[in-house]
Design a binder for this molecule. Sequence first.
Ligand SMILES: C[S@@+](CC[C@H](N)C(=O)[O-])C[C@H]1O[C@@H](n2cnc3c(N)ncnc32)[C@H](O)[C@@H]1O
Length: 286
Amino acid sequence: MTHEPGTPLAELIDEARCLLGGDADAMVDIRSLVSQLAGLDRARQLMELERLLPSATAARLRSAFERRAAGEPVAYITGFKPFWRHEFLVTPATLIPRPETEHLLEWALEKIPPQQALTVADLGTGSGVLAISLAIERPQIQVFGCDLSRDALLVARENESRLRADAALPIRWLQGSWLGMFKPESLDVIVSNPPYIRPDDPHLAIGDLRFEPQSALVAQDEGMADYRQIIEQASTRLKPGGWILFEHGYDQANAVAECLAQKGFQTISHRTDLAGQVRNTAAQRV
Ligand SMILES: C[S@@+](CC[C@H](N)C(=O)[O-])C[C@H]1O[C@@H](n2cnc3c(N)ncnc32)[C@H](O)[C@@H]1O
């Protein structure tokens, strides 16, 4: 029996550099693909350059490098993206969760004290990152993970089954548009990262956004259409005293706050992301 010698890791990394360039961003992508597809963490990648990778692994990596060179996001190639404390399955049916959205989660957790059995809706749940992280951090609450997209909800359900411990998580998945399926005064907290990019925004033709679902990214009315609809519906679906917390674009804080104020919301406040951009707004129904 003959044994295939395999391909040295160093050779594959050189090939990847030729395809993707050797700058810092390209190296982050290369390291991440090797880590997830060959099971070698960064330290081993640095120390085991002579390691021979079997032909199936080498082929998988070469295909991944080519897909990345064609612009496909790393998360769609590997199928996973870390968020908060877990790795979430993502597909082209879901937005790739962004680190900024962890700020929205953190703020929502401050509004949901441990032990308080509140009812919470995550509107536009996508891969389920917010709904599932909330349910894991606050198992006493009832969470509704809602989305218009059936395919996104299938991914969210899959993430729930992968990430739940022995007991089921307190989540119900609902397909429908925003708050249409909720009764008046039925929710204590609403979190949402809805589509907010203007249809003519040139960023839609650049980078990862080219591969993500338009239905998760784009909103009419200067990117404000979905906020207006959610805020209108939330003004009756939230219980008095209930909170709504949004993620939005860096230049939409004033427009979102104005819309909230017009519908009678109070205690309107904002938070910035690590880059100092105002990316979250929260308000309370009186
Ligand atoms: C920006 S993505 C957010 C995904 C996820 N929450 C996250 O932060 O990674 C917006 C989500 O809203 C969903 N969506 C778009 N229009 C909707 C509607 N009318 N009702 C409910 N969900 C909608 C999209 O399918 C998409 O999953």
